[in-house]
Design a binder for this molecule. Sequence first.
Ligand code: 2AM
Length: 484
Amino acid sequence: MEPKADIALIGLAVMGQNLILNMNDHGFTVVAYNRTTSKVDDFVNNEAKGTKVIGAHSLAEMVALLKRPRRVMLMVKAGKAVDEFIEQLLGVLEPGDIIIDGGNSLFEDTIRRTKYVESKGLLYIGTGVSGGEEGARRGPSIMPGGSPAAWEHVKPIFQAISAKVGENVPCCDWVGEGGAGHYVKMTHNGIEYGDMQLTCEAYHLMKDGLGMTPDEMHEVFKEWNTGELDSYLVEITRDILAKKDDDGTPLVDKILDTAGQKGTGKWTVISSQDMGIPITLIAEAVYSRCVSAMKDQRVQAAKVFKPKNPKFSGDRKQWVNDIRQALYASKIISYTQGYMLMRAAAKQYGWNLNNGGIALMWRGGCIIRSAFLGDIKKAFDKKPNLDNLLLDPFFKKAIKGCARSWRKVVATAVKKGIPVPAFSTALAFFDGIRSERLPANLLQAQRDYFGAHTYERVDKPRGEFFHTNWTGTGGRVASSTYTV
Ligand code: 2AM
């Protein structure tokens, strides 16, 4: 039989199934395969009934159905399963064929796999796919990286099935070489942690500081969703706050306040530590989930240290406006930090990152989709290698406009004892990054004092290192300098 299928997809869990149906909707012929082959029949006879989807019961059968170069996409559990399938596929595919991993793989695995698959003469793509089940079915954000030569072969399929913004612009573009796609997806998840924490802090301030009800806060988020905070997360927060339990009371009040996490936020923070990049807001968001999980300890400590009066005084409408601006300013800081991280990773791993394209890929389809990302895209369109998002004229003006409210909200929350780790770390970062001189001169002196780590001087060229015998009793030998 003449090979007629455009792509094969392995892994028939819900994301895989939905991507197949999405591809089918866009006119592509897809071969479906799964380790447990009974799921192939289940899928073809149920969800995929009446479509052009072809079920395969072995990898050999699957490969024989594919047009060249063959495109095989894995949507299996991250980790061992991906390596095992790559090994099996190398046995049935040919040079020039393309293996795509669309799972939530760690970028370091993707770097390794790209090199390995390329060493066998095939091409590899590791791609982030964001948007959950619904996104996969109707249009996800897709962030592919790997072997650049593979892009032209998957581009028509990926861009057809991806989310669209504006005048049919796909939320999918080439991200960069090696593990770039999965790195950008990981950073997306980290930023998602940050955005969620920021909305939670705004909610906390309104709830405890202003004594607002979920219905009142529903109205606030509804209004916020029409302005510069227009985003999927603000939209779902609006809807969550309106949802009633069976007894007619707000469901949100009945939900236990301990957050879970799957690990991609943690990966982002670990990578930032390796790279020496301060993504303080994402780190606080990850740690805030950890604090939330310490419910028993919190209950104990609350008995001893309960704040006396968390209520803010003054005009409630004005406060809500101040909180909105504090949230917006903090969000700008979070994305500034996220882009700093991706920039450092690109340098470290030799990726030619498509900065504006990343904003566009996140603009629709994924959890952090927002109008705000349109403004980030514009900033990178103007200056593709923008060092620091804060220095873009639009964001410079936005931050300056929010500064007063931002400080007022953080200062009052601190005074009243309402925790705002993300709002306040964002402000601390802002004050740090705009300080021409920080107290690290003293820190260097301390390091030199106890460890002979040396220091540079303001009155000498950079790169010249000095050591002082601070006590008159130490030796003249300095330890070697290093930077993280
Ligand atoms: P299964 O249906 O045979 O379990 C999500 O779990 C998807 O990943 C499923 O399609 C599942 O296949 C697949 N998967 C998980 N672990 C796997 C492994 N070790 N080898 C092959 N496929 C695996």
